[in-house]
Design a protein around this ligand. Structure first.
Ligand code: NAG
Ligand code: NAG
Ligand code: NAG
Ligand code: NAG
Ligand code: NAG
Ligand code: NAG
Ligand code: NAG
Ligand code: NAG
Ligand code: NAG
Length: 819
């Protein structure tokens, strides 16, 4: 089927969808339907492996790569075998990124939007993350069944599939990275817990036999820069040399050297946890190289680490254009054919992105045009191709796509699950839990009466609440941009709806403007009010975004000027900040009465902000990132991916004074912590476990949520002096969120396992060092309890005890990956 046909197919379905109760024909979605049941691969009595092999054996060499191209026509429609098209490559970073579906009452039902992942990270609540995964998985099933298209310009993208290119679990390495909003935070443990929870919620649904949907963890590995930064790379030609061949550092060209220590302790753990514990069945290899090898051509990364050592059983896709980058940006190989060969041999099962470049999505992809030639000329073994088919087809079978649909629970998912009351409630709950109260002098908040002035460039923002990777948000789609966000409540409207006495002024036309022309009216409005709420921050349309890092972390100067002008009105002043990457704001911290960090809080975000500021809720979260001051960006090199070099990156290594530390966050009530078990636990180095319990009491006047975080620090002498691990200041090893009424106490437990206290040796081995570890159980805001863990050497064990060796020497030498 040609591209035009794919498009008209989608349009036809959309038209049908508008008539209500739409459903894409079963034969467009399932194999082994009418007239095609005679093949062995359709025999549900046979073991899955045999069915997959049977199907592979029936495909011709030219047909095979058609099943391995994401988003390309003809999307693997092999009609002679009754194998329908399948589109790899939908997204669902915080909701399904598709167009709206149609409910049984012919109502337009758009995917349920959650807050951005940095807001979700701040909730420190695994139920929120698991719940989002579950909502996304169910809605994906329903929208796929309706044949709804991806929500992505150009509009011609195909109907969404059942895999999601999500979650993004790269750590926040640098505050300037343009995609910080997409990922839960800077801590490998936090990102790992997020990855595990989202994976399990999304993949495992109500039908225990079939997968509900499939995650695709991204971006493997160390995707942490967008660009453009000047770099010292060699000439843009084969063989590529230096940090960024061509001298322009972007996510496509960057080739950082990363030590085995940093890979094993910072860049890998969230992926490892999501695969080993979460059972994630998809991974996306990143655009960048690491230590001289592009991720999608990296046999060690995709073969040795991911599959052999972590036991990964799913599929790998290249990021869109990443296979091309092996040749055109890294100059790792002399031709595009070689890039394709390298990618397939390394284990990049699916390729996305057009070749030649610059053409629309509809063009046939490089796998399809080049793989048959490579195999016929003997330059690529057909077996390497079959391996990729095995990885991808196995998942399609496990999704039930070659079994009779009528027996499958997911085929009966109603179109009314999409943005159902239950799903909306989950998203509202999430929005309530991720706001962080950074400052509250003299109990400025909550505002309990009087006139509220809502001022600032974000006061009436709708789109700017949403962040990036958006499904269709409002039922209307057709007026070139504005109308499609008109159903979103702005911050000003939310206050108006909840209090009735609101005055408003914009103050600035946008977040980067330096115009002072609107200041006077903003000051006038402030003077009419008893409280001022100033909505400031960044946006994903001009400041930080995919493909664009910030050059400065400072609050844009025009906003600082507006802040000062409004402050002069002398009213209690609360700053509400929208942002992905953190905002350095020393001046605001010094002079604001209250500060609310709202991230990009999403569709239900304005309401969550108003409820919290007005004291209808008291469910604050904690910072999942360190807020550095303005000088930090001059002390760290954007191109340096090392974590430990002074002044250090993230709370784990940073030796300076942050504006606010990781884990910080206030509440309207107060809490106390009390150890309920002995302050010293002993655990055997090889697999030992103990439990510490802490009582959390709400000692203040109001209901409230609290997060208790458990950190450890190896005591001096436990870790070899001079090793990189000796630079680790603290590491979180657990967290628990609780909701308590006044005077109520809850007991929370933390498992102290020797493996959780494991560190990484300079060799890259993950090991347990015998010795003392100081533990700190804290609410991140000054309330804490200390304890000690003694990790005891097991008799006869060598010191240190190795939990996970780095890699066999031979592989290390071959790919020169140890630096
Ligand atoms: C369904 O709704 C669309 C517009 O939303 C309308 O054009 C169409 O007539 C409706 N169909 C039925 C069967 O009610
Ligand atoms: C697959 O191709 C066949 C033959 O060209 C066509 O009849 C069918 O509609 C296509 N299926 C889809 C889902 O486009
Ligand atoms: C990375 O390591 C390689 C091999 O040791 C070395 O040639 C190269 O200069 C290093 N690159 C950077 C940017 O340090
Ligand atoms: C196969 O490899 C040979 C030798 O490296 C080369 O001359 C030829 O062009 C390659 N063919 C293809 C299709 O890549
Ligand atoms: C809030 O107020 C606006 C108008 O100010 C109104 O259009 C909207 O429906 C209200 N939203 C809710 C959720 O009540
Ligand atoms: C506002 O001023 C700053 C600092 O002088 C400058 O970098 C920025 O480009 C200005 N913004 C606009 C929109 O001109
Ligand atoms: C913001 O406003 C300024 C005028 O102060 C204008 O020059 C600039 O283009 C605007 N930026 C955006 C992204 O609209
Ligand atoms: C954690 O999140 C779930 C789901 O949103 C919610 O029901 C629960 O109350 C939250 N826990 C706390 C302590 O806030
Ligand atoms: C524990 O951490 C908190 C902040 O995270 C800090 O205020 C406190 O001093 C620490 N306690 C100990 C005993 O180190």
């Amino acid at each position: 089927m040609g591209f035009a046909q794919t498009f008209s197919f989608a349009v036809a379905l959309l038209a049908r969808a508008q008539r209500g109760g739409a459903e894409a024909p079963v034969s467009f979605r399932y194999g082994c339907t009418d007239g095609h049941r005679q093949f062995s691969f359709c025999d549900t009595q046979l073991p899955l492996e045999r069915r997959v092999e049977d199907l592979i054996s029936r495909l011709t060499l030219d047909e095979k790569p058609q099943l391995l191209e994401a988003r390309f026509s003809p999307l693997g429609n092999i009609s002679r075998l009754g194998v329908p098209q399948y589109d790899w490559g939908g997204n669902c970073i915080h909701g399904v990124q598709s167009r709206c579906g149609t409910g049984t009452r012919n109502d337009t039902r758009c995917p349920t939007p959650f807050p951005n992942p940095n807001h979700l990270g701040a909730a420190f609540n695994e139920s929120v993350w698991h719940g989002m995964g579950r909502v996304i998985g169910r809605e994906l099933r329903s929208l796929w069944r309706q044949g709804v298209g991806e929500n992505h310009p150009p509009t011609e993208l195909p109907p969404i599939g059942l895999d999601c290119w999500s979650p993004n679990i790269n750590i926040v390495r640098d505050p300037r990275w343009g995609r910080n909003m997409e990922t839960p935070g800077e801590d490998p443990l936090l990102n790992g817990r997020f990855g595990v929870a989202v994976t399990q919620g999304l993949q495992q649904g109500e039908d225990s036999k079939y997968l509900q949907a499939v995650v695709t963890l991204k971006h493997f590995v160390a995707n942490s820069l967008e660009g453009t930064w000047p770099g010292p790379g060699g000439p843009p030609s084969y063989p590529g040399r230096g940090l960024c061949p061509g001298g322009q550092c972007t996510r496509h060209t960057i080739d950082p050297n990363i030590s085995a220590y940093d890979l094993a302790s910072s860049y890998f753990p969230a992926f490892r946890a999501s695969v080993v514990e979460g059972g994630a069945l998809g991974v996306m290899c990143s655009y960048n190289s690491v230590n001289g090898v592009p991720s999608c051509a990296n046999k060690w990364l995709l073969g040795q680490k991911l599959r052999k050592e972590w036991g990964f059983k799913g599929y790998v896709t290249g990021d869109s254009g990443a296979v091309k980058d092996i040749f055109t940006h890294h100059f790792f190989v002399p031709s595009m054919e070689d890039a394709v060969r390298e990618a397939v041999e390394a284990g990049t099962d699916v390729q996305s992105g057009p070749w030649p470049s610059g053409r629309p999505w509809s063009v046939v992809g490089a796998y399809q045009t080049m793989i048959p030639k490579l195999v016929r000329s003997g330059n690529l073994s057909e077996e390497a191709l079959d391996v990729a088919l095995r990885h991808t087809l196995t998942l399609r079978f496990r999704l039930g796509l070659f079994d009779p649909p009528e027996q499958q629970a997911y085929e009966h998912v109603s179109p009314d699950v999409v943005r159902s009351e239950e799903h909306v409630a989950a998203a509202v709950e999430a929005a309530d839990q991720g706001l962080v109260l950074l400052q509250n002098r003299d109990s400025t908040l909550p505002i309990t009466g009087g006139v509220v002035a809502v001022i600032g460039p974000h006061a009436t923002a709708r789109f700017d609440l949403l962040g990036n990777y958006l499904g269709q948000t409002c039922p209307k789609l057709d007026d070139g941009g504005k109308e499609q966000f008109s159903c979103i409540e702005s911050i000003e409207e939310a206050f108006r709806n909840l209090t009735g006495s609101v005055v408003y002024a914009p103050g600035l036309p946008n977040v980067t403007s330096n115009e002072t022309g609107l200041f006077a009216s903003a000051v006038e409005v402030a003077k009419k009010a008893d409280h001022v709420v100033l909505a400031l921050g960044l946006d994903t349309g001009s400041v930080e975004m995919e493909g664009q890092d910030r050059k400065s972390t400072a609050l844009p100067p025009g906003q600082v000027a507006l802040f000062d002008a409004v402050r002069a009105a002398g009213r209690p002043l609360t700053v509400v900040l929208l942002n992905g990457g953190i905002v350095s704001m020393s001046h605001v911290k010094e002079h604001a009465d209250a500060i609310v960090e709202a991230w990009y809080p999403g569709f239900f975000g304005a309401r969550a902000i108003a409820k919290a500021v007005l004291g209808h809720t008291n469910r604050w979260g904690k910072l999942p990132v360190t807020v550095y001051d303005e000088s930090y960006q001059d002390q760290v090199d954007m191109l340096d991916f090392g974590m430990t070099k002074s002044p250090g990156r993230t709370y784990r290594y940073f030796t300076g004074e942050p504006l606010w530390p990781f884990g910080f966050g206030l509440s309207y009530t107060t809490f106390s912590l009390k150890l309920a078990t002995s302050s010293e636990v002993r655990v055997a180095q090889a697999g030992g476990k103990a439990v510490i319990k802490v009582q959390v009491t709400n000692t203040g006047p109001r209901d409230g949520d609290e997060v208790v975080m458990a950190f450890f620090t190896p005591r001096a002498g436990t870790v070899p002096a001079g090793s990189r691990a000796a630079l680790l200041r603290r590491q979180m090893f657990g967290f628990r969120r609780v909701s308590l009424r006044p005077s109520e106490t809850a007991e929370v437990e933390f498992e102290v396992e020797a493996e959780k206290l494991a560190l990484v040796a300079d060799s890259g081995d993950r090991v347990s060092f015998a010795g003392a570890y100081d533990m700190n159980l804290t609410n991140g805001a000054g309330v804490s309890q200390s304890a000690t863990a003694m990790v005891v050497a097991t008799q006869g064990e060598t010191q240190p005890y190795v939990y996970e060796p780095w890699a066999p020497r031979a592989v290390q030498a071959e790919q020169a990956l140890v630096v």
